[in-house]
Design a protein around this ligand. Structure first.
Ligand code: GYE
Length: 308
């Protein structure tokens, strides 16, 4: 061992950064792409990544974070499934002097020093963008009420809360736009389909527009619309958020009208910020992802450029 001592100290100096990451789950195409991005970026950056999938359950995330604290990781990062209920475990991380980075979703804590930074999209703006597309489209529709049904994301999650409020703020500009039903589909295809079936049973032909908080729920709902003998994209306009490949395919098939982009490719940014945090460099408290809006008309042209 003595002979190897020199190597050992070198290895210690180069000790790779260890990040404990608690992921929400695998509920959507978005989430799968996000996980791939984080794992790939960690590999590329030589980061030792401890990855835990919480299967959409906050209690599993709390457990994962506690285990990262026990393992004394350098940095804890996580995408909080819901906004509230994080104070205790984040205080434990702070007491252990382990910095916390939020990715993708925000938390609602009174003490903002419980996390160093939040990297992710502006979900309120995404909701506004979805509504703005509809406000424009509404100008071409016959006069009278435009009945909207809404598929919300996971109850209590930042994207569900914010996408709802951004959309509602904006559609007020046209009093004919009315949300007649709104229910959660938990960001999954299966639930999106199930809830849309219930909407169709209740209101059938009255429904003019579906606003889904993510593409997966929209894709599930499209199936329900077709099974009900209606044409998604025509009889019922379909608006969603994320911009995953499945959404572009649905647009090219004429079944989805628009998707508002929300990028899951947060891995590289997370690795470089984690390094800065570990090195004691100051980082911005909020890092907002830049994204666009893709209506069906540009889907075929944009499809080859899509990375998720
Ligand atoms: O829109 C949805 C996913 O938090 C932005 O979570 C993310 C959302 C995304 O399941 O597809």
């Amino acid at each position: 061992f003595a002979a190897a001592a020199g190597h050992t100290s070198l290895a210690l100096a180069d000790k790779p950064l260890t990040i404990g990451f608690s992921q929400v789950g695998a509920e959507s195409e978005w989430r799968t792409a996000n996980t791939v991005s984080i794992k790939d970026a960690a590999k590329q950056a030589g980061v030792n990544l401890k990855f835990a999938d919480a299967q959409q359950k906050q209690e599993n995330q709390v457990k994962a974070i506690r285990s990262f604290i026990a393992q004394k990781v350098d940095v804890i990062a996580f995408s909080p499934v819901v906004e509230s209920g994080w104070d205790t475990v984040l205080r434990e991380a702070k007491a252990a002097k382990i910095p916390v980075i939020l990715t993708d979703r925000a938390v609602n804590v009174s003490d903002k020093s419980l996390y160093v930074t939040f990297i992710g999209s502006d979900f309120v703006e995404e909701g506004r963008r979805a509504a703005r597309w509809l406000l424009e489209r509404a100008k071409t529709l016959p006069a009278g009420d435009i009945n909207i049904v809404e598929l919300q994301g996971t109850v209590g999650s930042a994207p569900a809360i914010d996408r709802k409020s951004g959309f509602e703020q904006e559609i007020k500009a046209n009093p004919n736009l009315k949300i007649i039903r709104s229910q959660t589909g938990d960001f999954t295809r299966a639930k999106g389909k199930e809830v849309m079936e219930a909407f169709l049973k209740a209101d059938g032909k009255k429904i003019n527009v579906l606003y889904a908080h993510n593409d997966d729920m929209a894709i599930g709902a499209i199936q329900a619309i077709e099974e009900a003998g209606l044409k998604p994209g025509k009889d019922i306009l379909v608006i969603s958020i994320d911009g995953v490949k499945g959404a572009f395919e649905a647009m090219m098939a004429g079944k989805l009208n628009v998707t508002v982009e929300c990028s899951p490719l947060l891995g590289p940014q997370l690795m470089s910020i984690a390094r800065d945090v570990k090195a004691g460099k100051p980082v911005p408290k909020r890092i907002t992802t830049e994204e666009g809006v893709f209506p069906a008309e540009v889907a075929a042209k944009e499809f080859p450029n899509r990375k998720y």
